[in-house]
Design a protein around this ligand. Sequence first.
Ligand code: GCB
Length: 612
Amino acid sequence: MLKKYAFFKSLFFSLLLLIVANSCGICQSTMLQNIYGRSYTNLNGRWNYIIDPYEVGFYDYRHIPYDISVSGKGGFYDDRKLKDKGELIEYNFDLSPNMKIPGDWNSQAEKLSLYEGTVWLRQKFNAAPQKDKKYFLYFGAVNYEAHVYLNGKKLGVHKGGFTPFQFEVTGKLNFGENFVVVKADNTRHADEIPTVNTDWWNYGGITRDVLLAEVPATFIEDYQIQLAKNNLKLIEGFVQLSGTQKSQSITISIPEAGIKQTVTTDTAGRAAINIPVKKMSYWTPENPKLYHVEIIGATDKISDKIGFRTIETKGQDILLNGKSIFLRGISMHDENPLIPGRLRGQGDMRMLLQWAKELNCNYVRLAHYPHSEEMVRLADEMGLLVWAEVPVYWTISWENAATYNNAEKQLSDLIIRDKNRSSVIVWSVGNETPLSDPRFVFMSKLVAKARSLDDTRLVAAALEVHSNGNTMIVNDPLGEKLDLVSFNEYVGWYWSNTKDMLNYKFDIKFNKPVVVTEFGADALGGFHSDDETRWSEEYQELLYKNQFTMLSAIEGLRGMTPWILVDFRSPRRVHPYYQDFWNRKGLISETGKKKKAFYTLSSFYDQIKLKY
Ligand code: GCB
């Protein structure tokens, strides 16, 4: 009888856990805006890890999660009690190897290079929690599913490999030693975002910063301070407080612009901001002016560096601060080719953005998922406009409601995080999603969501083209809902070749600015031949030249982000000699050598500069 009861009890809890685990982000509190502007303890560094392909640290031998099983012991998140009782423990973090966090695991241990599954990671840290403060455990990103435990107790679950999340840990910290354990699982699933099928390396683990933030009991949780839609003379936004002292006077000051205004938050802790602008140096790639902004309330204060600019489209033009621009762009992944792995910090990020600058770019496409907050802040500082994207890539489960909610959550978290960054001008809701009715419904909802969260930026998606003979047709009905006509086309590579590509032309249904999101060809750095030989630098170079000729015939052409800045690792690319698990469409090789097409694109952009 007892056994039977135990069985039903664990079944009930298993179902409960499944529901909780699937409702992504349910255990999370709202995000802290501007995490780097807070007072925090950095939990980065060396974390001990245990590779757990069978998830023995999560499930007991009847496959019931330890989190909820009757015995409750055995899970890899708290061995303290067991140690005291002299029980059998079949794992040991102290004796386990360690890896650097932030950092994907694939690039840090030979046997993890192609690994997809669970790894447990643990970090110890000291804390001195104060009674009148609140604490948040913040993760910049964990790919893909993270179960987080503090001092042996579960804080929650988060899904989504590229967006930040946090748990409130007020009252849960020990004075002195604490430990945090993360079960990170990068297994691909058909119903997730992204799905099983992509063209990039599925780097697993804690790939971005882990911070323990400390804030006052009533704190500034979120704010938006940006120019109003198409209005150079008005700063608009809000401040949101969290805590018990919700009604406060908040002063927003931008000393260099002569701005100081006080607002009062309502009983929900919110105040709208409307500040007239007299004189201001507007943010552009040539003049990436960032203002020091201070938000000061009775209980909390925070400062930020914010640029001010407007972005809009008019007919086939893109207007930055009211002036027509051409987006001289390049696509990039969040990956360092030189020491393959996710970008590890500012040095890696600067290297990529500096290469983009050398290409004469004023714009980057941060493909195919949210890059880090630091990257976007650097773009603000270095003067690069940004296309930001969510990993709604290729064949998503369009009819699954949970999949949609997940996509919407990732999009919302991206917008919430980066809404104060002047560099970001486009929210992209996806890439090369194949036409169907369910997909149209899904994508249209994402577009509407992006607009409801932010009406000051452009909303776009990288669409597909289809061909009719030598005509490339762009008529995806989703195009009606977007601000840009953006599509990927591989004329000269997947279609046709360098010899015949000039016979191709485009038929575009929409009267909007055209910003081509991808074209390109693979070239193995250092392999030279004639320009009709695939994989050679000469082939890639001619393809770029022919693309410029082809694309220049499009009347509304206002920008492009060729594919791609540097070679990147991809398990899809299995040719043993030319690819060896690398997508070679980079303009820079995996050794950092610039290929011929790099210079072709940089001189093309030099010419464009003269026209705009
Ligand atoms: C695409 C995808 C991109 C791929 C690229 C390629 O259309 O958007 O993720 O890596 O083509 O190299 O085939």
